[in-house]
Design a protein around this ligand. Sequence first.
Ligand code: SDX
Length: 429
Amino acid sequence: MTDKTAKLTFGDQEIDLPIYSPTAGPDVIDITKLYAQGKVFTYDPGFTSTASCDSTITFIDGGKGELLHRGYPIGQLAENSHYLEVCYLLLYGELPSAKELDDFEQTITNHTMLHEQMVNFFRGFRRDAHPMAIMVGVVGAMSAFYHDSTDINDERQREIASHRLIAKMPTIAAWAYKYSIGQPFIYPRNDLDYASNFLRMCFGVPAEEYVVNPILSRAMDRIFTLHADHEQNASTSTVRLASSSGANPFACIAAGIACLWGPAHGGANQACLEMLKEIGTVDRIPEFIARAKDKNDSYRLMGFGHRVYKNFDPRATVMKQSADEVLELLGVEDNPLLQVAMELEKQALEDPYFAEKKLFPNVDFYSGIILEAIGFPTSMFTPIFALARTVGWISQWKEQLEDPGHKIGRPRQLYLGETARDYVDIENR
Ligand code: SDX
């Protein structure tokens, strides 16, 4: 923090507001005392200029296309690390030693099973329920099954809840998928790594051994890593706000899953692939670009644009490399969807509208192509995003609870409604 101040003058008032300098990114003006001193609110719907907290977990420089997790660039983590090591880094702040990593992976492995009674919970849904609807319900219901890790004031219970959530999300996501296709649940195995376990629970059947393809499990693990955390995005802010009331960790993560579901956020990967399928062929791309540019049409190119990245999303760059590898492995490098995606990216980036508004492919643009190539239906894309983001949500939840100064989040408003008026009896209306 520094002793710099901003001077705010309005009417006959002059208020000095402290300015804090971060280790990276823009300075912030502390307005916590503004209402008490000046009896005014600030106004920032969508929080485009508002820092809701301080954090040491993730940093994004939207101009440079930089994403750091505890200081480590996402490209280096995607290349050299793996998801559970990134989970450890996000949760505990440092890369683990070999023993710390082994212990952590063992702990996560030992928490991958669900309480058997939860099977009945899945069976309460219609078979055609969207997997996100199942995930929101089942994760929220975990607070009814794991009472011994809901006390947010107990550090050890917070840690157990964090481990349980990271460990059980693949099982929950896989079982939501199996339930939707009428196949039996496949139980996790302790001799498989995290991504391989997930692929086997999704695509394995009791009738035969499932052989994990190492290139697909590596691509799956990389997708998890690229989605792990992303500062105070909409769903993470939802988790923090839910946590600020003292809600239990499972309720907070269920709230984050619900928020992620929207097509403007985590639902964009499903919407993006559906858009690519709707475009269908390269010759129809100009029609869709024209619609996205039309001010009178609310249509947007899914997978393009970002609130923070105004250059390129570094995750999209890595994701495209993975897409090339997976499609080559599967011998579908001439995948028509990939052809449409690459031509759409080329034409959009050459179009002045997208260049002026700094709209570039984001993390959701290529992930759907990989997931579809691996064999997932589009309805499973956002559950996979939620699975991967759980570590980011829970790390930010933990960080907020460990801040002794944290308080309940309670924004104010610019009220434009009626001023006080008397009730009118119905016979006089
Ligand atoms: C994620 O926050 C995060 O970090 C999220 C995320 C994470 O990891 O948690 O990165 C994950 O959510 C990625 C974003 C996925 N969403 C999509 O791909 C959906 C399509 N994108 C848009 O809905 C939009 O770009 C947002 C929601 C992502 C960002 O919206 P903003 O920052 O509020 O920008 P905006 O809506 O104010 O748009 C600015 C201008 C507008 O034009 P004008 O009104 O100024 O004339 O750009 C236009 C918009 O119309 N615009 C688009 C566009 N996105 C913005 N025009 C066409 N196609 C688009 N995709």
